[in-house]
Design a binder for this molecule. Sequence first.
Ligand SMILES: Cc1ncc(COP(=O)(O)O)c(C=O)c1O
Length: 308
Amino acid sequence: MARWGKWVWFDGGLVEWGKALVHVMIHSLHYGTAVFEGIRAYSLSSGGIGVFRLRDHMARFIASAKVYRFTISYSLDELVNAVSEVVRANGFRECYIRPIGFINAEDLPLAPSSRRLSVAIAALEWGRFLGRAYDVGARATISSWRKAPPSTLPSNAKVSGHYSLSYLTSLEARSKGFDEALMLDARGFVSEGSGENVFIVRNGTVYTPPTHASALEGITRDTVIKLLREELGAKVIEKDLTVGELLTADEAFFTGTAAEVTPIVEVDGVKIGSGVPGSLTRKLQRIYDDVVHGRVPKYSGWIHVVKV
Ligand SMILES: Cc1ncc(COP(=O)(O)O)c(C=O)c1O
């Protein structure tokens, strides 16, 4: 069970958990008009805590707001510092960080009178997002719900309202006994998981859906593409993937800040490869774990060190 930290950064400073409150009639609660991020901080082998790709996450936060014409009163540097404050104050050795920007006004019209966002940042202790699937591999199902095309919901923006779909797919998968859902885009090509990007390996080449297949521009997706190319010498191609290509893959895996690199071993009862986590996936899990824990100096630029 998740354990939230005592301190929340709320519009400019730290407040105690119980004081980080909003009204039931705020615009964002009714219409999903909020932007958010999910970030992980890891204990570093050198001591201290490293927030992985913090600037990139907060830059995406600002970009998500831009798509929705929201205004954020804080600069990228201020947001980065705010996350550092939350990590330092809560005293976790490792944590998941949740920044959210929302319209904190009791405003009924769909186009609110002000699009300025309140920003709150909290942290919690959180283990493996997909539980033991990290080790044994996930059993996934193709959801009956499809992702909206980018012309309907801009999938590069991480907006709360978009997540009503991930709620439906996640619920559907779990109610059928699967670990996670895979979504197809409106055209029927593979898009992504409820909260993860997806990759497959076929004949030694790695493929992932392009972002025009309604997939989020995942930061872990970007990390993994670089690690596959530079550390594991793999060829990585972004292209539309059919369900047939997915089912006949040698390996498949999810990527995400929460899920990290989680193997997929089965899709709707069809074994992926031999039905156990693939060797490239295993290698990638190890190198990803080394990188996020600061054990690979070449990638130290991705780690924002918080002194504790
Ligand atoms: C729908 C969706 N796709 C992909 C991802 C992976 O993105 P990232 O690697 O930036 O965490 C997430 C997680 O934020 C997500 O919610």
